[in-house]
Write a protein that binds this ligand. Sequence first.
Ligand code: AMP
Ligand code: MG
Length: 346
Amino acid sequence: MAANDAAITAAVQLLRAAQVVGVPTETVYGLAAKGLCAPAVDGIFAAKGRPADNPLILHVADKDQALELWKDVPPLAEKLMDAFWPGPFTVVLPAGDIVPANVRAGLPTVAVRCPAHPWMRKLIAACGFPLAAPSANTSGKPSPTTAQAVLDDMDGRIALVVDGGASRMGVESTVVAVQDDGVRLLRPGGVTYEQLCKIAGSVVLDDGVLQPLPADARPASPGMKYRHYAPQAQVTLYDGPPQAVQATICRDYDAGQGNTVILARGRPARYAPRRCYDAGADAGEYARRIFGLLRRADDDGYARILAEVPPCEGMGLAVRNRMLRAAGFRVVHANEIGNDKGEKQL
Ligand code: AMP
Ligand code: MG
């Protein structure tokens, strides 16, 4: 249903009745439910097939509503909220007693974000309560950045999707924990590491951001332990200087069994006439397009995706974090032209 006042009224009615609704945000589409109502939140886990040990983010209208959800809020956390809210920024702090255990997957902390999308803001304000909302994909699949992508996964499982247009950022929010020893970046997203450092001074990158976690690890950010964002197609990443990456991708494409598509940064002439999707020349554009392209590769029936990844600066860190998981950490390090160091299954 196109976002308008009637759609918001319909969504509020469903949410009050503990139903699950697809909602637009500036990061990706969400699957929302009444955030402080445990049975409503159970509906999200059921619709997504999400493991019960993967906590949700509570979405609020403003900082005052957020402060009611936590126990202790250090001044640095407020400073970060003032800098980045409303926006693609999530803060993890010790949970207050009103937060149901299923929202936080039994953890003593809860993640809270104040989104910027105008229709999502209207919806939260009209509800008057926080909305629990993970990405609106079936668990493990690429996140949806359009209402149609939500329907592709959720049709028949939810009563309504509010269509607020394509998501502006394309990847999920930045998640940070604010602790006594400072700010820890748990998941890179729409607010960059560099932007965070400007406000916080220094920021520790959690181990789970760019590395696979050991099977027995207890991750700081539980979502990071799952194979995630993954299409049916097998994804391989190529890292290194652009020319070496292009040469190695061409070599592997030509040696392969066909049914392969290249995911390129921009549209290098070198890939012609091979099949190629353009992920955009800069990391911000790559972020906006990535989930749509992973879904498109499945729709187009490709079995393999050979993907360039942007450097870690700016939005590149978030793109790399998502692509590493989509690829199950399968990375080819191409260091010299036409001479790679081989595939590395990290
Ligand atoms: P999604 O809603 O699909 O974007 O996923 C939310 C992610 O935020 C989870 O997968 C976790 O990685 C992270 N998160 C949510 N709550 C917490 C928490 N209490 N502590 C640490 N990370 C969290
Ligand atoms: Mg998700």
